[in-house]
Design a protein around this ligand. Sequence first.
Ligand SMILES: C[S@@+](CC[C@H](N)C(=O)[O-])C[C@H]1O[C@@H](n2cnc3c(N)ncnc32)[C@H](O)[C@@H]1O
Length: 257
Amino acid sequence: MTRASRRSKKRRKIIKRKVNIRGKWKASKESQAIISPKVVKYWRQRYSLFSRYDEGIKMDEEGWFSVTPEEIAVRHAQRCVAGGVVVDCFAGMGGNSIQFAALGYHVVAIDIDPQKVEMASNNAKIYGVDNYIDFIVADFLQVAPSLKGNVAFLSPPWGGPSYKMADNFTLDLLKPVDGYTLFQVAQTITPNIIMFLPRNVDVCQVEELSWLSSPPLNVEIEENYVQGYLKGMTAYFGNTAYWGVTEETTSHNIHEV
Ligand SMILES: C[S@@+](CC[C@H](N)C(=O)[O-])C[C@H]1O[C@@H](n2cnc3c(N)ncnc32)[C@H](O)[C@@H]1O
């Protein structure tokens, strides 16, 4: 091989390497354009939020850090033994509504933000369960007294990612109103209430909620882990607490998804 041909081969290699690097750079720039830096951390966990993420799931910024991880939403639906109609009072991206519908419940999904309702409806279509969900754009606090349902599911805003800073997350930190008021409003629908709360929630306060009812409601609190990380706590009240389970309340249809 002559010196000239050796030099030209080396040059070809260098050019090839440059092209590859440019290709990688382009890909990462593209994802940055769609995903804002604030949500990159959550985007990396996208398949644990929605396993069908790649099929066209839509999310906004608040949705990224507030959607219930799919594994936990499935768990909530499996524990929802009290029956036919579930009112998802803060539906967000539809993470929970989809799993309730997939297990055979009829869902009334409420959110105050019309764009979130549009996204949740799109996401429910991807999971093939949109026919089992009535989406309503409304302020839950306003419409609750006119709603009927067997279970009320509460996944209220925790005040953004800064909830983690509190040593003890007290119920007054929940939005749009404190946890006591929220629980009382939900009781106008049904005493069977499931509440998804931060992992650092004040468990004594959660237990106290059961005393707001007369006679006091059964209550059970469970920790929810995803891949070994504690992601939240769920409180089950009334017939959704384990010791309230009866045989006739556990039968329901399974929707194929
Ligand atoms: C924590 S996110 C719910 C996430 C949902 N579980 C999911 O998996 O997608 C809370 C939602 O409550 C909604 N929200 C806040 N105030 C509300 C109100 N007064 N009535 C109804 N929805 C409200 C927000 O728009 C937000 O989408």
